[in-house]
Design a protein around this ligand. Structure first.
Ligand SMILES: Cc1ncc(COP(=O)(O)O)c(C=O)c1O
Length: 323
């Protein structure tokens, strides 16, 4: 008996998880399983011999670099999170820059005009559209409740057909946080995060694609802009980071830099959850370096679409007592 594949529409059977069928935000970009694998894709198709990466980035960026055995050099940032480029970049090298917190689009614009082989890591800047002809990747799970997923703008495509990923087993934290609480799902979040390490490059799973098609992106973007502005208006005079908010476009968080002690701990105890960007930076830098100071003292305040003005006022009130 012939078994029909998924390409033939199923009729009947049990019902599946039902979500709105809307549009993806980047329907024409290459869809992959993770951001780090999008970087690996770029390193392979361009056959770069060396990559420049910032000291201030996430450890998983190293996964594709180690896997492919590509030479790498770290570079430093100035106090505005702009790269200090005081070295020669050869024609076979590439330069990775992270659009930090989604607030560095003006720097991305400047770097794109410098003529180097630029790779833009927009993992923290989902809503910042890729510049024409510039290699750019996105990681979806930093902005939305999806298990994985990445978008990639690339001028070159991998010649072989990639297998499709399967992500349903990495969904538990997304479900537990709804059914129980964000705290109860945290161990699953960490476990599902760890499982993403050292996976082959695959196409985005059907499940992730389905989830990404159910999102009202414009309302998410607007909520982030509104919340960012509320925090910026209240906190910019206490913030050691000078933020140019003229190009704000659905950023990741409000990055507050302050050397007041234990702010993160105090916020977490009040159920305002703030991550560390990034623990590996302590290993990579000395305590005299700005990147080390950033990793120590940056408080990434949540501004995502789940939150309203009242939530922002709560954060501001807590911080008033601490700053
Ligand atoms: C700045 C940055 N770039 C890239 C990545 C990789 O994204 P993914 O987890 O989708 O591989 C991460 C985090 O994991 C990140 O924080």
């Amino acid at each position: 008996m012939r078994i029909y594949s998924r390409r033939v529409k199923a009729i009947g059977g049990y019902l599946n998880l039902q979500l709105p069928a809307l549009e993806e935000y980047y329907p024409s970009l290459v869809k992959l399983n993770t951001g780090r694998n999008a970087l690996e894709y770029l390193l392979i198709v361009n056959a770069y011999s060396c990559i420049y990466i910032p000291y201030f980035t996430c450890e998983v960026i190293m996964e594709p670099i180690r896997k492919l055995g590509i030479q790498y050099h770290f570079y430093t940032l100035d106090r505005n999170l702009d790269p200090i480029v005081d070295f020669e970049i050869e024609a076979t090298d590439c330069f990775l820059y992270t659009n930090y917190f989604g607030v560095k689009q003006l720097t991305v614009n400047t770097l794109a005009k410098m003529g180097m082989d630029l790779i833009v890591d927009n993992s923290q800047a989902f809503f910042s559209k890729p510049l024409h002809g510039i290699n750019t990747f996105y990681s979806c799970r930093k902005f939305f409740g999806v298990p994985d997923g990445a978008y990639l703008q690339t001028n070159e495509l991998i010649a072989t057909k990639l297998e499709r990923d399967i992500s349903y087993e990495r969904m538990s934290h997304l479900l537990i946080s709804i059914d129980q609480s964000i705290e109860k799902g945290y161990d699953s979040f960490k476990a599902n995060n760890d499982i993403l390490s050292n996976k082959p490059i695959r196409r985005m799973s059907f499940l992730t694609e389905y989830l990404l098609k159910s999102i009202d992106y414009e309302s998410c973007r607007e909520a982030r802009n509104r919340n960012f502005k509320i925090l910026h208006d209240a906190l910019s005079d206490k913030n050691q980071l000078a933020i140019d908010n003229s190009s704000i476009n659905g950023p990741l968080c409000y990055p507050l830099l302050t050397n007041k002690e234990n702010i993160k701990k105090k916020l977490i105890s009040r159920r305002v959850f703030v991550p560390i960007y990034w623990p590996n930076v302590f290993k990579w830098t000395t305590d005299k370096m700005f990147e080390n100071y950033l990793a120590q003292n940056l408080v990434p305040l949540p501004i995502d679409h789940r939150h309203n003005e009242e939530d922002m006022e709560r954060i501001i009130n807590y911080l008033k007592q601490m700053l």
